[in-house]
Design a protein. Sequence first.
Length: 149
Amino acid sequence: MPKVSTLIQDAMRYPFDGFLSFCPPERWVFQPFHLSVLVQIEESVQFDKCIIFSSLARDGSGPLMTSFLTTLLIEGAYGTSMNGLSVASGQLSVSYFLRPNLEMLDAEHFLQLLFNFAELVHWSSPDLLSNSSPLMPMQEDEWLPPQIL
């Protein structure tokens, strides 16, 4: 069973148009070059899971760089789930998150999942992103199959 840190190390061997970096403790940050969305990845206690999330300020100032749990606790936010993708909405921010099954992913598909998630957040909250960039629409066959989420 791969751990998220192993998947990320393997993913960094692939060429991709984005930024992926470790942010202690046990968190990684991913940003595609063509989007203003910041995607964060946190390890889970479960070996085969992680939390992929993006938090956006409601005032339109863009992405927030904070721990997912901190955001939920400080704001007393609540979450709703939509077939793998979940949304936690608070007074100051909106967070999108999912918990993929890492057993089903290799490094290449993990990178694709990060790009897909970033695009989904970008298109779901254009009013919350201050510096939106144009991007090319994805083909339907580029999305990951539902059993991975």
